[in-house]
Design a protein around this ligand. Sequence first.
Ligand SMILES: [Zn+2]
Length: 234
Amino acid sequence: MAAAWVLTVLALIGVIAGGVLGQSKTISAHLAAAGGGVLSGICLFWLIPEIAETSGFAFALALTVIAGAALVALDRVLAHTGHSPRHGMVGPLLLATAIHSFLDGWSVRALATKPLAGIAVPIGLALHKIPEGLAIGWITRKAIGSTARAILASGAVELLTVIGAIVEPPAESSGAAVFGERWTAAVLTIVGGSFLFLGFHTVVSERKKVGVMPVFAMAFGVVGLFAWVHGRGG
Ligand SMILES: [Zn+2]
């Protein structure tokens, strides 16, 4: 639970910085790339193998990629609906960020007890939270023209990280009671998909910035190496 609060505080720092100062794009892109690399690695080397235990590797990979693609599509639809910041159409983007933050909080809590992922996931998520906060704070301020209201709105959306973490344990136990193993596999699929989405987002939108791809590759490689050395770690 502490991890979810740390993530939220990081995002709020980003929101305030973005709302007040605007965006520092280079540092942002590199932090996000490191986070994206770590999370994509966790998805590939930990989550998909775990899902594969109930459904087989090919099926696990396909399902996770589909979940990630669905999140990319949802993000595109919502971001494009709100594509004209001058007209105050920032609602859809805030909604997309709310869903996403909820998943951030859910993921960090759901994976907290796993030996290596329990450490790597908070680090990966922490790395992307400041850039995420910066971006949403900055875009919202441009859209609604008020720094205070932008910080309030973006901050409220980022607080869903904590809500996701609060909701996870009771949802997990009742879901597992009703659906058994399939519940866990489904949750891991969505969490893995959201990690892939973050990785994809970094690679696709920031790839041309100097150093972004090496940082992504390095973070991904380090996670891969850990997975290889320690096994999946449960
Ligand atoms: Zn996030």
